[in-house]
Design a protein. Structure first.
Length: 187
């Protein structure tokens, strides 16, 4: 005998499977990825005055257009940082709900992150926060080797490893039934 749905009084569908342990772990890792991305964004915001100061000292004759260009790059980097956090959270929620498309999209986003890590990072040893191009010249704005290493190499590598673990967990055989259309979620 089927149970009644308390909100509508209609018969409730069959009981949905609970999220398997690999999905729950993957969701936790996605939340961790969002947290690391948020901390990175906060650190980046804290570095903005130092970035502007270093650029002013390195190129005292900056035009108003060049300063505007730098400000636009900083705003775009911050918007990108917020978007990355939002995507981590969105994918965590959707995968927790057993959405098949979310598992596929998470895998595709990981592929894009891998492509970005492989193609962009080797060009800029200090990472994308460490260099701006102004008037055809690249100026390093993070003078601390530690900051450049952490923001440019360690954090992206940590986030990539998190992505590897998430994708591996989401595609475990134990998760297949959960990602069928009738899944209920993480409870």
């Amino acid at each position: 005998m089927s149970q009644l749905n308390p909100s509508s009084g209609q018969p409730a569908g069959p009981r949905q499977p609970a999220a398997p342990a690999p999905v729950l772990t993957a969701v936790k890792l996605m939340y961790a990825g969002a947290a690391v991305s948020a901390v990175t964004l906060i650190i980046s915001l804290a570095l903005v005055p130092a970035v502007k100061d270093a650029l002013t000292k390195a190129t005292p004759g900056l035009t108003a257009a060049q300063v505007s260009y730098v400000n636009m790059l900083i705003v775009l980097a911050m918007v990108f940082g917020l978007a990355v956090i939002a995507v981590w959270l969105w994918m965590a929620r959707a995968n927790c709900q057993g959405r098949h498309w979310a598992r596929i999209l998470s895998t595709m986003l990981f592929g894009l992150a891998t492509l970005g890590l492989v193609t962009v990072m080797p060009r800029y040893p200090g990472g994308y926060l460490a260099h701006f191009v102004i008037g055809g010249h690249a100026y390093s704005v993070i003078h601390s080797v530690f900051a450049a290493t952490v923001l440019g190499l360690i954090i992206p590598a940590l986030l990539w490893l998190t992505g590897v673990a998430v994708v591996w967990l989401l595609w475990r055989p134990a998760c297949s039934a959960f990602f069928r259309p009738q899944s209920a979620g993480c409870g």
